[in-house]
Write a protein of this length. Structure first.
Length: 384
C-alpha cells in the first residue's frame, strides 16, 4: 500500500485501530524520491528538440504570432496554463497568454483523430493570464497574475467570458475544482502567498460565495483549518494579510485535485504540497532538498496535472526544461526534456479525455521571447 493510500485508510479506520507513532510517521511526511521512471530512459532529441522515452512522438501544434495550421487564427504570445475539454466531436485545448498589459486565452479545436478543426480567442482585455483551472461544467478559469488580479470564467465550448470577483482579488495562479466538497482551490504567486478555497453559494455558479484561506502551523506537515477572508476584494489590505494564522507558501503555482486530495506547487522552494481533504492534513509530496539519491530530477516546479491512473505530471519553469512524473508510490523521474530552450519554461500540460495525448507549451521557445512560444502535442502509451 503506498503512502497516500495508507494515510487515507488510517484516517477512515481510526475508530477501529490506532497506529503506533512509528507507523503513523512512516505514513506521513516522506516526499517522493528519485527512481527509474515507468517509461524508461530518454532517447536523443527528436526533430522538434524533445527527448522522449521509446514509443512516444511529438508534434508542433502552434507557434506564437503564426497562424495555427489549418485555420486563419494567429496563436497568442507566451502560452501558459492550459486544459483539455471534450466537445462531442473531439476535444478543445485551451491556453492562457501570460503577457503584461494584455493576455487573455485562446483555444484550438481538434477532431476525433487529433487533426486541427479550428482556433479562436475566448478571452481578451485582461492582464498576464498565467495559470487557471477546469471546472466540472466545462468552463476554464483563467487567472491574472498581477496584484489584485481577477479570475475570469471562460467558455471554450461557447459563451462570453465573465469576471468572478467573489473568488478574490490577488496575484492568482492556478485553480482546481473539487466536486466532492463543491469548492475551488486557488494558489497565490507571492513569496508569502496563501492557499485558498472558494465556496460558491450554489455549486456551478461562481458569481457569489465565500473565500477562505488555509490556516496551519509553520511545519511542513500537520493539520489545518479554513478561515473566511473578510474582504476578498483585497483593498486596501491584501487578502493574504487579513487572517491571523494563515499559512504562507513561497510562490504558489500549479494546482491539481483528484481522489480527495489536492496537490499544489511552490516555485520559491521547489516543493509540491499534498493536502489530504478527508484527514484534514497537509504534507510534502516533493522537496528537491530531500531527494535521495540526488541530484533532484525536478527543479523549478510549476504547472501540475494528473492522469486517471494517479500519476502526477509536473512541468519545470527553467531547470532542465523537463516534465517529470511522480507515481502513486512516490517515485519521481523525468518523462520528457525540451532541448535548446534555455530562456523558456514549460507550461500548460493537459491530457486528452482518452489519456493518450499530452499538450504543453514552451512559453518563450528557443528565442527566450514571449513572441517565440511553441505549443506541442506528445502521443504515446501513457499509463491510464
Amino acid at each position: 500500500m503506498d503512502r497516500r493510500t495508507m494515510l487515507r485508510a488510517t484516517v477512515v479506520g481510526a475508530g477501529a485501530v490506532a497506529l503506533p507513532f512509528t507507523a503513523w510517521s512512516a505514513a506521513y511526511g516522506a516526499p517522493a524520491q528519485n527512481a527509474v521512471g515507468p517509461y524508461g530512459p530518454l532517447l536523443p532529441a527528436d526533430a522538434n528538440g524533445i527527448q522522449l522515452p521509446a514509443g512516444f512522438t511529438s508534434a508542433v501544434v502552434a507557434r506564437s504570432r503564426q497562424t495555427v495550421p489549418g485555420t486563419s487564427y494567429t496563436w497568442h504570445d507566451a502560452p501558459d496554463g492550459g486544459a483539455v475539454f471534450a466537445n462531442g466531436t473531439g476535444w478543445v485545448y485551451v491556453s492562457n497568454s501570460e503577457v503584461n498589459g494584455s493576455g487573455g486565452a485562446s483555444q484550438i479545436a481538434f477532431s476525433s483523430t487529433g487533426a486541427v478543426a479550428g482556433a479562436s480567442r475566448i478571452l481578451s482585455g485582461t492582464n498576464r493570464n498565467c495559470a487557471g483551472g477546469k471546472t466540472p461544467w466545462n468552463t476554464w478559469l483563467s487567472c491574472e497574475e498581477v496584484a489584485r488580479g481577477r479570475v475570469f470564467e471562460t467558455y471554450p465550448l461557447g459563451g462570453a467570458a465573465v469576471a468572478r470577483p467573489a473568488m478574490g482579488r490577488f496575484q492568482h495562479e492556478a485553480a482546481a475544482a473539487d466536486p466532492v466538497r463543491k469548492v475551488v482551490y486557488l494558489t497565490e504567486d507571492e513569496s508569502d502567498g496563501k492557499f485558498y478555497r472558494f465556496v460558491p453559494t450554489t455549486w456551478g455558479d461562481l458569481s457569489a460565495g465565500r473565500l477562505e484561506v488555509l490556516r496551519a502551523g509553520s511545519a511542513t506537515s500537520g493539520t489545518f483549518t479554513w478561515a473566511q477572508v473578510p474582504d476578498p476584494d483585497g483593498s486596501p489590505r491584501p487578502t493574504r494579510r487579513q487572517v491571523s494564522g494563515a499559512k504562507s507558501f513561497n510562490g504558489g503555482e500549479g494546482c491539481h485535485y483528484a481522489d480527495d486530495t489536492v496537490w499544489f506547487t511552490t516555485k520559491g522552494d521547489n516543493r509540491i504540497w499534498q493536502v489530504n481533504l478527508i484527514a484534514g492534513t497537509y504534507e510534502l509530496a516533493y522537496d528537491d532538498d530531500l531527494v535521495n539519491p540526488g541530484p533532484a530530477p525536478l527543479t523549478g516546479v510549476d504547472n501540475i496535472t494528473g492522469t486517471a491512473g494517479g500519476d502526477l505530471f509536473v512541468a519545470e519553469d527553467g531547470g532542465t526544461m523537463d516534465i517529470c512524473v511522480i507515481t502513486p508510490d512516490d517515485k519521481v523521474s523525468v518523462f520528457l526534456r525540451v532541448t535548446g530552450h534555455n530562456g523558456s519554461e514549460i507550461t500548460g500540460p493537459a491530457f486528452t479525455p482518452a489519456g493518450d495525448r499530452l499538450y504543453f507549451s514552451s512559453q518563450r521557445g528557443t528565442s527566450g521571447l514571449s513572441s517565440g512560444g511553441i505549443t506541442y502535442c506528445v502521443s504515446g502509451p501513457f499509463r491510464r
